[in-house]
Design a protein around this ligand. Structure first.
Ligand code: IDP
Ligand code: MG
Length: 136
């Protein structure tokens, strides 16, 4: 089985969309294999989003992802799980995300786009290790 890392971001928890978002992953036949509601600390957020350090939106992004509890998830599927999740998420900017996707149906602002999913197998491994260091 193949794993990826997902965050229901603070806006998703605040809007009480945990159930809606997890249900969409489960209906696709993906499994939740680890889950924790956690307020992400600043250092972890900066490491997680390290590829965006120095970009104009970086400080807002770190403030957003740390502002209140997020649901951290390890998601498992039969293969290419990162890709399956990214397709369910929709495009980064909710104004471009297709209807039928999580962002396309439920979000409208780039800065409040509900969900993170790793963008490669390498990112999935790195992010799972960062957020769930005790997971085998
Ligand atoms: P992704 O979440 O679809 O992988 P990334 O490019 O990795 O998209 O960006 C990470 C997050 O940073 C996005 O989900 C979004 O919340 C935020 N973000 C990306 N680009 C912008 C931007 O141009 N303005 C504001 N926020 C942005
Ligand atoms: Mg990304």
């Amino acid at each position: 089985m193949d794993r990826t890392f997902v965050i229901v971001k603070p806006d998703g928890v605040e809007r009480r969309l945990i159930g809606e978002i997890v249900a969409r992953l489960e209906r696709k036949q993906l499994s939740v294999v680890a889950a924790e509601l956690r307020t992400i600390d600043r250092a972890t957020a900066e490491q997680h989003y390290g590829e965006h350090a120095g970009k104009p939106f970086f400080n807002d992004l770190v403030a957003f992802i740390t502002r209140s509890p997020a649901l951290l998830l390890v998601i498992e599927g039969p293969g290419e799980t990162f890709k399956v999740v990214r397709n369910l998420m929709g495009a980064t900017n909710p104004k471009d995300s297709a209807p039928g996707t999580i962002r396309g149906d439920l979000a409208i602002e780039m800065g409040e786009n509900l969900i993170h999913g790793s963008d490669s197998p390498e990112a999935a491994a790195r992010e799972i290790a960062l957020f769930f260091p005790n997971l085998a």
